[in-house]
Design a protein around this ligand. Structure first.
Ligand SMILES: Nc1ncnc2c1ncn2[C@@H]1O[C@H](COP(=O)(O)OP(=O)(O)O)[C@@H](O)[C@H]1O
Ligand SMILES: [Mg+2]
Length: 391
């Protein structure tokens, strides 16, 4: 069909600009933390929108804060982690007027070859980038510049160190960062960490839960209905396929647990179906077909399995058993869950912790000791992946 206009959906990376749907209340709440000078941790499963939110916060920060964003996922050692922060700090500081003198000093000190919008070449190499980062931070503090360091995929760095059996290195990194946070001379620096896996879970396993107890978790809630309507309208504004109020309500009701990503997947799939069928008016049946198609595209949801595997480790078979039973039977009571755990003492002793974690993490919801999937998408995905009833 000619002149077909797709909705402005994107389902790969973080979204920005007109592809991004801003939720003012999230931004407002975030800045209220920053004004208090509190360090925060964005924890939510992959594709809930952490990176998109952080990028929006960085791009629209109030003038009194200078924001620096860095994705540190590939940093496989403590030193590499600090090296990334070191480069990022210098490169970003080169762009603010207030740090002009500072930057020319660093230019000489570190032999900076070139600096651009997104890259920097520094000739000098260091054995210990932690010391250099500390120096930089102290110098920035003396200039009275308030900075917020957004460190994306931080939890993954700690998890990688743990998986490499580098417990000492992981503890030491957490310990040093805590010292920076508690250093009175560095009060102008605020950390915003992010990750897709519960940091407290990993930190508990490496035996140092106290190292992060000063960081406030920042919860990203799913959209409320009104926001979902607005998101649909924003993304389909100029599109060929339009949704009247009834269709919007039907779509929202179908998705129930309203992550922007789930809406994006649906709008994209509905558009594709309509295009192939050469129709410009959609209906509820098309929404149903799109839902079934989206579930079969399991790679969009595989993260929900992978992250559970990565932190529940040996307990994954039990966690998977519970989720599979709930997917098949719609719901399980806490007693039924306990009965499934009872044979294995290791599991039975802390089965409630595991279940609480599944609730906190956006898999299950609990009402009166009855557990169900919170998202029909995740439930159907689980069913699709685990078609045999194990209980
Ligand atoms: N505010 C938003 N507006 C529009 N789409 C969003 C928004 N937040 C998340 N998404 C959708 O979710 C996907 C993943 O977002 P991203 O920020 O990468 O999540 P995360 O960092 O939590 O993995 C995006 O590609 C987009 O489809
Ligand atoms: Mg991300």
């Amino acid at each position: 069909m000619k002149n077909w206009k797709q909705p402005k959906t994107k389902t790969g990376d973080a979204v920005t600009g007109e592809y991004y749907f801003r939720r003012e209340k999230i931004n407002d709440y975030f800045w209220s933390y920053m004004n208090k000078g509190v360090d925060v941790l964005f924890v939510a499963p992959r594709r809930v929108g952490k990176t998109s939110i952080m990028k929006d916060l960085v791009a629209n920060a109030p003038d009194n804060f200078f924001c620096i964003y860095e994705d540190v996922e590939g940093a496989l050692s403590k030193n590499l982690f600090y090296k990334r922060i070191f480069y990022m700090l210098i490169q970003k500081m080169s762009r603010i007027k207030k740090a002009k003198t500072l930057f020319s000093k660093w230019s000489k000190k570190y032999n900076i070859k070139s600096v651009g919008l997104n890259k920097i070449e520094i000739e000098k190499e260091f054995e210990n980038y932690y010391d250099e980062v500390i120096d930089l931070l102290h110098e920035i503090a003396k200039e009275n510049i308030k900075i917020i360091l957004f460190i994306d995929e931080f939890v993954e760095v700690i998890l990688n160190l743990k998986n490499l059996d580098e417990y000492k290195e992981a503890r030491s990194l957490l310990h040093e960062l805590r010292e920076i946070r508690h250093n009175d001379k560095l009060n102008n620096i605020i950390f915003v960490f992010a990750g897709s896996i519960g940091l407290h879970y990993i930190v508990k396993e490496i035996g140092r839960p106290k190292l992060i107890n000063d960081i406030e978790p920042f919860y990203i809630p799913p959209l409320i209905e009104n926001e979902a309507f607005n998101l649909i309208n924003q993304l389909t504004k100029d599109a060929t396929i339009q949704y009247n109020d009834d269709l919007q309500s039907y779509l929202i009701d179908k998705i129930k647990y309203l992550l922007p990503y789930f809406l994006q997947l649906m709008l994209q799939e509905i558009d594709k179906i309509a295009f192939i069928k050469e129709i410009t008016d959609i209906n509820e049946t098309i929404i149903d077909i799109a839902f079934d198609n989206v579930i079969k595209n399991t790679s969009d949801f595989d993260d929900w399995t992978e992250r559970l595997k990565s932190y529940s480790g040996k307990k994954y078979p039990f966690v998977n058993l519970i989720l599979t039973c709930i997917a098949h039977k719609e719901k399980l009571s806490i007693q039924e869950i306990y009965n499934l755990a009872a044979d294995d003492k290791n599991i039975a002793d802390n089965f409630k912790d595991l279940i609480d974690e599944l609730v906190k993490d956006g898999y299950l919801t609990e009402d009166n000791n009855i557990y169900r999937f919170i998202s029909p998408f995740i439930k159907e995905y689980w069913l699709y992946k685990n078609p045999i009833l194990p209980c």
